[in-house]
Design a protein around this ligand. Structure first.
Ligand SMILES: Cc1cc2nc3c(=O)[nH]c(=O)nc-3n(C[C@H](O)[C@H](O)[C@H](O)COP(=O)(O)OP(=O)(O)OC[C@H]3O[C@@H](n4cnc5c(N)ncnc54)[C@H](O)[C@@H]3O)c2cc1C
Length: 389
């Protein structure tokens, strides 16, 4: 019997790899193994679902069985891969062992958790999957304790003012929640945005009611005495915030234990070459789990689309190098819509505002290496992308 291509993971990277491969090869068996249900949802919609009044059920766009049928894929859902044996080309799972001809690792990344004091530290949530969102949604939509008389609105404390933290802050504030954001830096999305533009986002969200706490961190989360479900969030600067839910959005990191145990080269992700092959023959990786050539991790949708297309061609017998064009990221903060195309990691240069709503990142030769757009100017991303050299 022909050994299958095995894909591990049913996120955007896993399903996109299956779909692109099927466009080129209708017959080679494909087995997709995933720890979750395999239902398809667009992960970016998790951070603007409340404003669109979409709950977990509305976020699943295609049930797993329909995905498997349309891609002509055998789906092994609710199954965790526990080990990979490179020499015998076998994956060991909670449901038995499977042999592969080629293996695709699309296992994503997991929320970073920092140690915190307090008797409710384990109740801090993160949202990086449909399942996580379901818990978060349930906690925010469950009836509020009748003892709480001062404010019927639920209060969410968000740890982290990065891209995901700011998207949730905007979504929740515009959906009637009280929102506080805590971050050790001095501006939102400091890793991607010029300081001036970060300041504008800070002001736009403050105007909608977001309560910022910059230059400090969450030290402890405790149960609030006298109110069931209420939390007390202690900050390093001595302040205390009351909350119904604490959401940690401080970043993601690939869980590399499986790959490392299999002997695959790993750094910040599974290291892949320009053909998306890991350090082992016939084993490939893409998506949030991968570290691409040049040492780049790119935890966004567009890189996955490009990687899945190139990988499909390679798997179909046409070795293909992946090419990543400039891929601007739209930040879902309607209070101040933003598009950012960061310069490649390590590029030395500076941000300059060339006109209202347009920022250019230029190197020492004045060459444009990246840009950021705000408000109505976000529609100019194609025009600006042409200026980047
Ligand atoms: C809230 C939020 C909003 C976002 N918004 C945007 C946006 O607007 N634009 C943008 O470009 N990007 C956005 N992103 C990033 C983008 O969604 C991700 O880069 C992308 O979805 C990652 O897909 P993935 O398939 O690599 O990983 P994942 O979606 O994490 O999938 C990993 C899969 O692997 C499975 N798995 C893991 N380990 C095992 C195992 N051992 N055995 C079996 N199965 C396993 C999991 O069950 C899962 O099915 C957002 C991310 C988040 C969290």
């Amino acid at each position: 019997m022909q050994k299958p291509i095995i894909i591990i993971g049913a996120g955007l990277a896993g399903w996109s790899s299956a779909r692109e491969f099927r466009k080129l090869d209708k017959t080679t068996p494909v087995l997709l193994i995933t720890a979750d249900s395999g239902d398809f949802y667009a992960k970016p919609s998790l951070s603007n679902a409340f404003a669109q009044k979409r709950g977990p059920a509305q976020l699943v766009t295609t049930p797993a069985a329909s995905m498997a049928q349309s891609q002509h894929v055998t789906l092994q859902a609710h199954t965790r891969v526990t080990a990979i044996d490179i020499a015998s080309q076998t994956v060991h799972t909670s449901a038995g062992d499977y042999h592969y001809a080629r293996l695709v690792l699309a296992t994503g990344a997991q929320p970073i958790r920092i140690p915190m004091a307090g008797d409710a530290a384990s109740e801090v949530l993160s949202v990086n999957s449909w399942q996580d969102f379901s818990v978060f949604h349930e906690r925010l939509t469950a009836a509020k304790d009748a003892l709480e008389v001062n404010d019927a609105r639920k209060h969410v404390v968000i740890m982290g003012a990065g891209l995901i933290g700011c998207e949730f802050a905007n979504d929740l504030i515009s959906s009637g929640f009280v929102v506080s954001v805590v971050d050790p830096s001095s501006n939102p999305i400091a890793a991607l945005l010029p300081v001036g533009l970060g300041g504008q986002l800070r002001e736009a969200l403050a105007n909608q009611g977001v309560d910022w706490h910059f230059g400090t961190t969450v030290q402890a989360v405790d149960h609030q005495s006298g109110r069931s479900g209420g939390l007390e969030v202690r900050l390093a600067n001595g302040q205390t915030l009351l909350a119904d839910v604490v959401l940690s959005a401080i970043g993601l990191r690939a869980d590399l234990s499986l790959a490392q145990a299999a002997g695959l080269l790993c750094e910040r992700g599974m290291v892949v070459d320009v053909s998306l092959q890991t350090s082992a023959a016939n084993v490939y990786a893409l998506g949030d789990a991968a570290q691409y050539a040049g040492g780049r991790t790119m935890p966004y949708v567009m890189p996955i689309m490009h990687a899945a297309k190139a990988l499909a061609a390679t798997l179909a017998g046409r070795p293909t190098r992946v090419h990543f064009p400039l891929m601007p990221v739209a930040i879902k903060t309607p209070a101040l819509p933003l598009v950012v195309a960061p310069a490649a990691a390590g590029t030395v240069g500076q941000w300059l505002q060339s006109e209202p709503g347009v920022w250019l990142f230029t190197d020492e030769t004045q060459a444009v290496k990246g840009f950021a757009l705000s408000g109505a100017h976000t529609s100019r991303r194609v025009e600006l992308a042409k200026q980047v050299v």
